[in-house]
Design a protein around this ligand. Sequence first.
Ligand code: ADP
Ligand code: ADP
Length: 230
Amino acid sequence: SAPIEIRNLSKTYRLGFLMNRQVRALQSLDLTLMPGQVYGLLGPNGAGKSTTIKILMNLVRASAGEARLFGLTPDDKEARRRVGYVPENPAPYEYLTGREFVTLSGRLAGMSGKELDDRVSQVLGMVQMERAAGLQIRRYSKGMVQRVALAQALVSRPSLLILDEPTSGLDPVGRRQIRDLILEERERGTTILFCTHIIPDVEALCERVAVLVGGRRVREGSVAELLSSE
Ligand code: ADP
Ligand code: ADP
């Protein structure tokens, strides 16, 4: 089955202290990711991008419709093991070192022993964090936190990566590094859902895009189609 299949997905947030205040964050969203696709989820702030991702990651419950990962529901353990996730503002335990954080992520995915240690070193190398791996995360710059968050997402060799604004707040050099890593993963055949509002990132990385505005999908197609019809 498709790495991601979303049908008729809607989400209404009810504001806690005033139950009659509602925010319609998603309205009847459809989205399909085929294996190996790098798919851009585009749209302005408040469009519903993070809500879509949080429903897929089982952090938010949908109000209606369905979301499937490899044909499984987002609360399925097996589905979760196949997904690497970088949240919009990664807030890792700041008293852990980078290496400890990435190791913990591998353990949670069921890895252990020498296989885990070797893979942790490998992904820390991939994100160029081996030299800072022994430092506590609270000493890291924003770019370093972003890179170590990507390392923890990659440690279990997921076949699907879900990246929520992975280059936001980075300088051009940091953005370039994250882009190059995403390109390497694409070469490996990893399916990637890439949420952003940075058009050059979409042009550089994605083959297909959906544009969300106000919780609705207003465009869907190949990057070439969408950019040529602007
Ligand atoms: P539907 O109207 O059936 O929900 P969509 O509006 O999602 O389909 O898609 C419109 C067209 O684009 C369909 O022909 C569909 O097969 C194709 N399509 C949708 N998602 C993808 C994708 N990730 N890769 C390739 N083609 C896609
Ligand atoms: P995006 O990621 O595209 O910026 P979001 O999914 O974060 O969009 O937000 C979609 C809408 O839902 C916005 O109007 C936002 O204010 C609202 N929203 C998001 N999270 C919550 C929440 N926990 N409670 C209430 N409203 C929320």
